[in-house]
Design a protein around this ligand. Sequence first.
Ligand SMILES: NC(=O)c1ccc[n+]([C@@H]2O[C@H](COP(=O)([O-])OP(=O)(O)OC[C@H]3O[C@@H](n4cnc5c(N)ncnc54)[C@H](OP(=O)(O)O)[C@@H]3O)[C@@H](O)[C@H]2O)c1
Length: 337
Amino acid sequence: MKALIAKENADPEAPPSARLELADKERPAPGPGEVLVKIEAATCNPSDLHYLKGEYGVPPEWGAAAGFEGAGIVVESGGGFFAGRLKGKRVAVASAGGEGVWAEYLLASAKTCMPINKAVPPEQAATFIVNPFTAFGLLDRAVALGSQAVIVNAAASQVGRLVIRMAKPRAIDVIAIVRREEQRLALVAIGAEHVLLSTDSDFEKQLHAAAHEKKARVAFDCIAGPATAQLLTAMPTHSTVIVYGRLHRDPDDLYGGRYPVGHMIFAGDQIEGFWLSYDIKRLGLWRLLRRSKELQKMFRDGLIKTEIQSRSAIEDFPAAVDTYALNMSAGKAILEF
Ligand SMILES: NC(=O)c1ccc[n+]([C@@H]2O[C@H](COP(=O)([O-])OP(=O)(O)OC[C@H]3O[C@@H](n4cnc5c(N)ncnc54)[C@H](OP(=O)(O)O)[C@@H]3O)[C@@H](O)[C@H]2O)c1
């Protein structure tokens, strides 16, 4: 089978395609409790780019297929209750490292495959786990923290757009932050009511006013670095910033985070992390499947979807992943097998 394998590259400025290679690999055979998924479509997320640079929560495995997320049809079962029931079904899959999804076939534990209604097209199924479950989990956490308004930075990202779309029916106000005017217009077009431009000279003043007016005590921060402190400084006392990404690039900033100590001590503020891998474990199989049904209904009802910027055959991966890395707001790059 064809696979897009991870290749070590010491140059920090190398494009993502220079960290990948199309190779032939042996097609795996499923054992008990496992299935073989013929991958139809796979997506490229920021986590894939971090992984290929050795900057992710799991270390890269050079020579193994890369890719954390995709979708396909279960073509073989290795036996067992779950595995047998999945044969012929379209499933969304998320790998946790090791052999990834950017390959013609993926060997997966049946319990990690999420059956997807065939009405959901492959490219949407391929983006079904990482971002929709993250947006859902973040909003759930905001509600648990008692905030009916949230601040979201890098809000033109797919997670940001999903938060905006999912918050509306839950009557949660969203203050979205973007860094370009075209991103602001794109978010207004999907119904965002409060969108701030971080490049405005009085941005911090605007953020402070909006956070206090809406009583936004929770922020979803995927930029980190100086952004976390900026958020906490603008928010009311007793606020929480949930850091779930590190898009801010600063090679001199070893830990990637800065926080205002005084706010933590005197204003009752807190910072916490979110990683979907932990949230999935916390939910457990049945609650995960229930959430999947809820998200698929949102998709069928037209409430949520993922923007797609390109669909490319696997052989054309260099243009697909490099173009995505340069303009992530335009939507996901889908690799097809
Ligand atoms: N912790 C978790 O479990 C988890 C799960 C899912 C996603 N995430 C994280 O969530 C974030 C968004 O993911 P996604 O797939 O939704 O992203 P995406 O759709 O690929 O879009 C990325 C967005 O980030 C913006 N961006 C990049 N670098 C930035 C910076 N330094 N400052 C401000 N904006 C910046 C891009 O804007 P431009 O177009 O202007 O570059 C783009 O709008 C990523 O950090 C990802 O790692 C975390």
